[in-house]
Write a protein that binds this ligand. Structure first.
Ligand code: SF4
Ligand code: ZN
Length: 282
């Protein structure tokens, strides 16, 4: 497919996803959760191009040069497009860098992404709600979603699938800012091609802490499956979307939502997972 045709069809698919799943309603304020990578930069670029006037939000994870470069790239990109950027350092927010937290957690047998994922979601929700955003768009693509589905199935966590889909998170009592995934049906390979054609200033190497995680293993298995059965990842996402209403009905009542006793963020237990984690280091 020629580059110009590819770009058009990619953007059209994102536009259709936004419209079909009503990811953004008229007048809503949208923040794009950026990492400085190709996926979230593509989401930011397309939402801006489609006229949604997004702001960009980045949590500086302080993973050495990798985070520094991502932040620098995103600052330049946003300045060039006139997009407002909100940056917050994880160390300023919680007192520690992600390498420190990951190393501490690995001594307890957890993978490097365990704490990072919990803290990013927690901080992003808190920031987005305090800044008055109606939606947070992420750069999750089709491969990410297929990996999430596959991981939940093989780990026996079907209930977690209820939180997936093009719109995830819950709007319960206004405590959660809904997270939306405009690139939901865009395979990673296509997002990479899109990013390279447009020439986004992004780092293509993965996060240095991501090696050897369970997700990396699952990604390899899914890539093999896709090579043998083209369309497998898309079928997984389509089937998940079809099952979502039933999944959400079934798993909705598992634990009442309340405010975390320590931070006031939404939690199913007295203390949220982020505060429980952070409590380990005083
Ligand atoms: Fe955090 Fe893991 Fe993602 Fe690196 S790969 S940014 S450690 S969740
Ligand atoms: Zn808390």
């Amino acid at each position: 497919m020629k580059d110009t045709v590819f770009i058009e069809s990619f953007e059209e698919r994102v536009k259709n996803t936004i419209e079909k799943y009503r990811l953004i309603e008229a007048g809503e304020r949208v923040a794009v959760a950026c990492s400085g990578g190709k996926d979230s930069t593509a989401a930011l670029y397309i939402l801006d191009k489609l006229g949604y006037n997004p702001d960009a939000v980045i949590i500086d994870l302080e993973i050495g040069e990798y985070s520094g470069k991502n932040l620098e790239n995103l600052r330049g990109f946003c300045a060039g497009k006139g997009i407002k950027l909100h940056a917050i350092s994880i160390k300023d927010a919680v007192g520690h860098t992600i390498p420190f937290i990951s190393a501490a957690m690995s001594r307890e047998g957890f993978g490097p992404c365990h704490a990072c994922g919990i803290l990013k979601r927690w901080l992003l929700n808190k920031m987005a709600r305090e800044m008055g955003f109606d939606k947070v768009a992420t750069g999750h693509n089709l491969d990410d979603e297929a990996q999430n589905i596959f991981m939940n199935f093989v780990q026996g966590n079907l209930g977690f699938c209820a939180g997936l889909g093009p719109v995830s998170g819950h709007a319960e009592g206004g405590m959660f800012v809904e997270r939306i995934k405009p690139l939901y049906f865009c395979p990673e390979e296509e997002t990479r091609r899109y990013s390279q054609i447009i020439g986004f200033p992004v780092v293509y190497e993965p996060c240095p802490l991501s090696a050897d995680t369970f997700r990396t293993f699952i990604k390899g298995e899914l890539d093999n499956l896709e090579a043998a059965m083209p369309g497998a990842k898309r079928n997984m996402a389509d089937n998940l979307v079809a099952m979502l209403p039933a999944l959400r009905r079934q798993y909705k009542q598992s634990g009442k939502m309340r405010k975390c006793r320590k931070c006031g963020e939404p939690s199913r237990s007295e203390v949220c997972r982020a505060c429980e984690l952070l409590g380990r280091w005083g």
